[in-house]
Write a protein that binds this ligand. Structure first.
Ligand code: XMP
Length: 327
């Protein structure tokens, strides 16, 4: 099996046997391509980059260096899990960069959504390039490109290639071992590589992370309210058998306050919005209707456990007209 295009007659990888066969083939191809040279990978902790990391660790061990940039907009527990799985369990060469202050300082006071996205994307490339420049002898850049990315960029739907954006003097050859796979196949392969299932089956998460769920100018306290409420929502969905069933669910904490009362005293705090949706193609989405018990429980936990929140709202709007994310 070649590395470039998905053969028309390729059998969908749905079983452990097929996944193992794919893994063996790719290990051989990666070894042939890379030889004894060094490879760099931006490891976000998302499904695709995590599966590429696990595959390359198996194929070329410490010839791979992974860089995990924490932009401060990740979900609760994510950077810790990347370190635990890849550095502690898989013994990867992992450079962890806590760039939280750098990102949040640049974002301070920025209210325009497009500007926020540009700052996050631009700063990410800068931090990654800085780390790459500190390393000697890197000739390859690994990427978690998957088959739909190729099809969509060929069809002109979206520009692809994360490498586009790195400075011109960084001329790496690409290593893309899951390039011919569909997302569901990447997950099966990831499981066979020993990745935890909450990593392999995680819901989609946008590159700008919690930044787009903290509408307007991001402040550290409101960002923390988004992170904590999101963690409660994920925990409750998991406990109630909704993890892996509902396509995407998250919280948003908008930049306005309303009056409330707690322990006989007036409060003036933010609302927390819960959004839970289902879709197949993300062009159109429907809302997941939660049970009254779960709604009551979520409201109680969030108002009592998350500082700065005195009200919980549910977003029951389909797409269209509302997009999934708020910015
Ligand atoms: P919208 O808000 O456009 O979102 O209805 C559709 C899907 O795309 C995800 N999304 C992103 N994913 N980078 C990403 O990788 C982004 O900047 C981004 N913005 C939105 C969103 O979470 C939803 O699943």
């Amino acid at each position: 099996m070649g590395n470039d295009r998905r053969p028309d007659d390729m059998v969908r990888i749905t079983t452990a046997e097929l996944a193992d066969k794919f893994i063996e083939e790719q290990i051989k191809l990666v070894k042939e391509q890379v030889g004894d040279k060094k490879v760099l990978l931006a490891l976000s902790g998302g499904v695709d980059s995590s599966v590429v990391a696990a595959l390359l660790i198996k194929a070329i061990g410490d010839q791979l260096t992974c860089v995990h940039v924490n932009h401060g907009l990740l979900r609760k527990g994510e950077p810790e899990q990347v370190i635990e799985v890849f550095r502690d369990q898989m013994k990867a060469n992992l450079i962890y960069v806590d760039a939280t202050d750098r990102f949040l300082d640049k974002l301070a006071g920025v209210t325009d959504p497009e500007q926020k996205r540009k700052i996050i994307g631009g700063e990410f490339i800068e931090v990654f390039a800085e780390e790459a420049k500190k390393l000697d002898g890197i000739e390859f850049l690994a990427q978690g490109t998957i088959w739909p990315d190729i099809l969509e960029s060929e069809a002109g739907i979206k520009a692809h290639h994360n490498a586009g954006g790195l400075p011109d003097d960084m001329n790496f050859e690409l290593v893309e071992p899951v390039k011919i796979l569909f997302k569901d196949e990447v997950r099966v392969v990831g499981e066979r590589l020993g990745l935890p299932s909450n990593m392999v089956y995680r819901q989609p998460f946008p590159g700008p992370g919690l930044g787009v769920r903290c509408p307007g100018a991001i402040t550290r306290d409101r960002l923390e309210a988004v992170r904590e409420s999101d963690a409660i929502l994920r925990e409750e969905f998991s406990k109630n058998g909704l993890e892996g069933k509902v396509w995407q669910y998250f919280t948003v904490v908008p930049d306005f306050k309303s009056t409330g009362v707690k322990n006989g005293k007036r409060t003036f705090d933010w609302p927390c919005i819960i959004r839970a949706i289902n879709t197949t193609d993300v062009m159109e989405v429907t809302v997941e209707h939660l049970s009254n018990e779960l709604i009551d429980h979520l409201v109680n936990r969030i108002i009592s456990e998350v500082p700065g929140i005195n009200r919980v709202l549910f977003d029951y709007t389909p797409k269209p007209p509302a997009t999934v994310e708020y910015e």
